[in-house]
Design a protein around this ligand. Sequence first.
Ligand code: DAH
Length: 377
Amino acid sequence: MVADTRSMYTVPKLDDYSPAALDQAARELKSALESESAAIAVEAEWKLLRDRCMARKNGVLTQLNDQWLKAAPAPAKRDVGQRVNELKKIVEEQIDAALTRISSASLASRLDSEGIDVTLPGTRRKLGVEHPLIRTMNEIVSVFKAMGYSVAEGPEVETDYYNFESLNFPPNHPARDTQDTLIVAGQQNKALRERLLMRTHTSPVQIRTMERQPPPVRVIVPGKVHRADTADATHSPIFHQVEGLAVDTNITFRDLKGTLDQAAKAMFGASVRTRFYPSFFPFTEPSADMQISCFKCGGSGRLDSGRCGMCKASGWIEILGSGMVDPNVFGFVGYDARKYSGFAFGMGVERISILKYGIDDIQLFYQGDVRFLEQFA
Ligand code: DAH
C-alpha cells in the first residue's frame, strides 16, 4: 500500500519571514512529516517518502533550500538558514525512525510466520537394513560361532601358492581347470607360486589360519571370491563363500556329518534332513557334497500344485562341498598328519540366499535396486 498522494506535504512558498511565521511553517512541516512517517507500513512506502524528501530535484530538502532560504530577504537569511538546517535534521530523523520501525515490525512478523516449534518431532530417516546377502552370510557365520568357531578372513588378491598349490592343486594339474581364475597381469618373471590372482575360493584362508596357529583349529571364514565367469541369472564373476575348518586330534567323518547336519537344521529348519554324496576336491580326502531335503516340498519332490521347482522334483538340494583335510595339506603347514585330522567345508552364500528367499536372478543382489532391497526390511 502506497500513501495517498493527496495528503502529501509540499513545501509552501513564504511571504512572511517573521520568526512567528517561520515557527508556524516549521510546525506544519514537522507534523505533516510525523503523520506521513507514522503511516508507513512497508518498505516500498518508506522508499517513496525517502525519495520525496531527499531527491536532489524537488525533494522536500531541496525545496526548503530553494523556497525558503534562497527566497528569503537578506536580513532574514541567517535566521532562516539556521531553521532550515534544524528542519533538515528533523526530516532525516523521521525517515530513519520510519525505517527502524518497519524493519523491526517485518522481522517480528517473519519470526511469527517462519517460527520453528523445536518441540515438534523431527523428520525421521528410514533406517537401512542389512543386504540380504550379508544377512545370509552373517546367519551362517553365527550358526558356527554358536558351535565355538572363531571368525577368520584373508586377502582377495592371493598368491598362486595359497589359492592352489598348498591346497594340493599342483602346477599344471587339471583340477585347476575347475576354477576359472582371474590372474593379475605382468608377472611372468615371478615364480609361479608367488604370482598374484584373485582368489577363486575362501579355502586359502584354511592355510593362512593353520600357518598362524597350532591345532586345535575351529574357524569360519566369510569372504568374497572371483572367477572369470560371464554374468547371467545364475553366475556372477564376484560372489561370496563361507569356509569352515576344524582340526584336532581324533576328528572323524562323523564329526563332519554331525556338525554340518546341525548347521543345516539351524539354517533351514529343524525338520531338514541331510545326506552326503561322494565328490572330489584336491584338498580333502574323502570329499563329499552335502544335500539337504527340500525345505519347500519336505523331500517328496511334489507340491499340492504339482512338481516342486525348488528341488527340481528330486526332493534334495545341494548346499555345500566338504571333506576330511587331505594329509598333503597338513604337510604344507607343518601339522603332523599322524597326530591330527580335520574336516573342511565351503558353501556359496548367493546360492543359499537364493534358496532361502526364493530369488530368481543372482544379479538382483548387486544392482542396488531399492524395490528389491526393501523387501528385506
Ligand atoms: N573351495 C571349494 C570351491 O570353491 C568349496 C569347498 C569344498 C571348500 C570342499 C572346502 C571343502 O573347504 O572341504 O568349490
